[in-house]
Design a binder for this molecule. Structure first.
Ligand code: ATP
Ligand code: MG
Length: 637
């Protein structure tokens, strides 16, 4: 494992942190030195934050796949790069060494070339979580094509929007996919989407389920036929440091998804540095990130980060609850996973199942646990810590965004403090500040404000595809000179950051400001509750009232008449936890919440419903289950 720039102690953290903030160019030049560069940079950083212009390692030439693959061949050629665990536990898993992955990537890169893909072309990838997905992503990077991975659960409309926005010429997909007990005919969804996508001239299809599919003459070809007899070596395209590596659309929880663009060199250095330090990775670790590659976490911490570091990364096709709620734990024991990185939504869904599902596995191999995607509520944190980590594994609660390319605020496992409901200290290179609404920096600890980042870091978003003005508007103009995160945060008495939630999720009740997460945390303490989502709505007297949507445990109430008792008990809990002022004005018991595919609650929809504005819900194409919305509208209080 590269020891270079590796933080090993709290003193080492402070030292690295101060150097990175006071002398960023010196710091990052040193971090970046051991990568494979075709040409070294002329200048480490040039940044004009108000214009949203950030360039890292200007003038350098490289290819990221040489750093993910070729660089490791001499010393790690026979080491496992990928372990693939299928949806069905009875089916065989698959292992790929660095040498094998290198060959497959080179071979498919040649296939892309043969199909007319050139440097700078955009390739959309709509594929199940199978090894060919990893190969496809890296093959694009090998020849300098810009990949845009679309989560293979999005609707035809959502695909068409993204394909058209990126003007992609090629789409990579599969005949179908497994998701738990369900099979989904992916190719059919692509066919429907492409009816409105004139830029696409080639579709390459992986045969995964062996289902019959319609192949359009002259447009569609099979992956397995295309790779036949094709060479397994392929020279890597030499890229400029600032050439785009990929486009990835945000989850859309706050509005229309944005095509976030990341560059080559800065992203590479950031993904590698954050991966090795946050998880404190060692050479023999088996690392598992449960995120889909259709999400930024899958980009930075399933593929690029682990491969850059020469680690073994596990890729899982299935879901946490199939065939039962013990699947994650079974996979951990089966492959001796030592580092496990998942999302609070998954933890909560497993918490709701009988405890035996987790207690019947040993989980002895685990060393470090991670969480990402939303604030992890205290109850879930403790459950994770006690039953999964056996009180032995540090938890890293990693705060970051699609736009930040990699982890920004988090504990470094076992080194910097890990406290429930705190993301922790900023990583070296990250200078967070809390701002007042007017943009004044708030000094000192025990303070709350709008979270912004004061100086450029290597993984910062470069632009929103095809519309730089949108990037400037969204991230760089609210508070000129800062990158604005859109999140609210609290710096506690020890300087640790706690992410409160989206700024527009703050509710102002009679002059008292609450983060929605705070009230949800309180509600979730009630033994009847599985999950909740709180929003504000206009209230004549208080300014804003509190509207709570709550999912109860099975058996929490027997019938309609029983509901008031449950609601009263929930209100009692909130009063006990926070106080009367935070008492929900309206409670609606629901069977599900509108979530994005990455597990985030779309509060903007819940807000609209609470406000009674159900005719203008905005973009809902990224919802996991649109039917939930209808149910919620019908049951509105
Ligand atoms: P859009 O910008 O289109 O609304 P999105 O913000 O949901 O989409 P992501 O970039 O995946 O898409 O999500 C980043 C957001 O997720 C952060 O701004 C933050 O609100 C939340 N988040 C991620 N990790 C954490 C964490 N560890 N703690 C608290 N919040 C987190
Ligand atoms: Mg966002």
């Amino acid at each position: 494992m590269p020891e270079h720039a590796r933080i090993r102690s709290i003193e080492g953290y402070h030292e690295a942190y101060h150097l990175s903030i006071n002398h960023p160019e010196e710091f990052w030049a040193s971090v970046a030195a051991p990568f494979t560069w075709r040409r070294k940079w002329d200048k480490v950083l040039s940044s004009d934050m108000p214009a949203g212009r950030n360039e890292w390692f200007q003038g350098a030439r490289l290819n990221i796949t040489e750093n993910c693959l070729d660089r490791h061949l001499a010393t790690r050629g026979n080491k496992l790069a990928l372990i693939w665990e299928p949806n069905d536990p009875k089916q065989r898993h698959l292992r790929l060494t660095y040498r094998e992955l290198h060959q497959q990537v080179c071979q498919f890169a040649n296939v892309l070339h043969n199909n007319g893909v050139e440097k700078g072309d955009r390739v959309c990838i709509y594929m199940p979580m199978i090894p060919q997905l990893a190969v496809a992503v890296l093959a694009c990077a090998r020849i300098g094509a810009v990949h845009s991975v679309i989560f293979a659960g999005f609707s035809a409309t959502a695909i068409a929007d993204r394909v058209n926005d990126a003007q992609a010429s090629v789409v990579l997909t599969a005949d179908g996919l497994n998701r738990g007990p369900k099979q989904i005919p992916v190719k059919r969804v692509v066919d429907e989407a492409l009816e409105t996508c004139p830029s696409v001239r080639r579709v390459i299809v992986v045969e995964h389920l062996g289902w019959p599919v319609q192949m359009e003459e002259g447009r569609d070809v099979w992956y397995h036929e295309e790779v036949e007899g094709v060479a397994k070596t392929c020279p890597a395209e030499e890229m400029d440091a600032e050439d785009p590596l990929f486009i990835l659309y945000t989850s859309g929880s706050t509005g229309k998804p944005k095509g976030v663009v990341h560059s080559t060199a800065g992203y590479m250095v950031w993904a590698d540095y954050t991966f090795r330090n946050v998880f404190q990775v060692e050479e023999n670790d088996i690392y598992w990130c449960t995120a889909d590659v259709g999400w930024v976490t899958g980009h930075s911490y399933l593929l690029y980060g682990p491969l850059l570091a020469g680690s073994t990364s596990l890729m899982f096709e299935g879901v946490p609850t199939y065939p039962d709620a013990g699947r994650f734990w079974e996979v951990i024991d089966k492959h001796s996973v030592s580092i496990f990185y998942t999302a609070p939504t998954a933890i909560r869904s497993l918490m709701a199942a009988p405890l035996d599902n987790v207690l019947s596995y040993s989980l002895d191999s685990l060393r470090v646990l991670g969480s990402v995607g939303e604030p992890i509520n205290e109850e879930a944190w403790h459950w994770y810590h006690t039953h999964v980590g056996k009180e032995r594994c540090p938890i890293v609660d990693t705060w970051w965004q699609t736009e930040t390319g990699g982890i920004m605020i988090s504990a470094l496992a076992g080194i910097t403090p890990s406290v429930p409901a705190r993301a922790g200290l900023p990583l070296p290179g990250v200078h967070p500040v809390l701002l007042t609404q007017e943009g004044q920096e708030i000094e000192g600890n025990d303070q709350e404000g709008y979270l912004a980042i004061k100086q450029s870091w290597p993984g910062i978003i470069r632009t929103t595809y095809g519309d730089h003005e949108r990037a400037v508007q969204t991230y760089f103009s609210t508070y000129p000179g800062y990158y604005f995160t859109g999140d609210g945060a609290r710096r506690d008495e020890n300087g640790l950051y706690r992410i409160i939630g989206r700024v527009d999720d703050v509710i102002n009740v009679s002059g008292h400001r609450f983060g929605t997460a705070e009230i949800e945390n309180a509600i979730n303490q009630n033994p009847n509750v599985v999950e909740s989502a709180v929003v504000g709505y206009p209230h004549d007297v208080k300014g804003q009232g509190i509207y709570a949507y709550i999912i109860c445990r099975e058996g929490a109430f027997r019938n309609e008449a029983d509901k008031p008792r449950v609601e009263a008990s929930i209100i009692e809990t909130v009063v006990a936890e926070i106080g009367k002022i935070a008492k929900p004005d309206k409670i609606q018991l629901v069977s599900g919440l509108p979530k994005t595919r990455s597990g985030k609650i779309m509060r903007r929809i819940l807000r609209k419903v609470a406000e009674g504005e159900t005719s203008s819900l905005g973009d809902t194409t990224t919802l996991l289950d649109p039917a939930v919305v209808d149910e919620i509208i019908k049951g509105k209080k």
